[in-house]
Write a protein that binds this ligand. Structure first.
Ligand SMILES: [Zn+2]
Length: 60
């Protein structure tokens, strides 16, 4: 998923452009502090583009 420098939506695989709004599904960190936030994001974050979020919100 993170082989390229681009961020991809996990639903439609569209590249999320720099500066574009995105939504991140993220577990609450078990460890305290954010010193390793970059590594944590790389491992745990799931990105959604605005289109897919709109669709999923509409279906609920
Ligand atoms: Zn999407």
């Amino acid at each position: 998923m993170f082989k390229s420098k681009h961020t991809h939506c996990v639903v439609c695989k569209k590249i999320i452009q720099p500066g574009e709004n995105t939504f991140v599904n993220l577990k609450n960190p078990k460890r305290k502090g954010i010193t390793e936030i970059k590594a944590y994001l790389r491992l745990e974050a799931r990105f959604y583009c605005t289109d897919c979020i709109k669709v999923s919100l509409r279906n609920k």
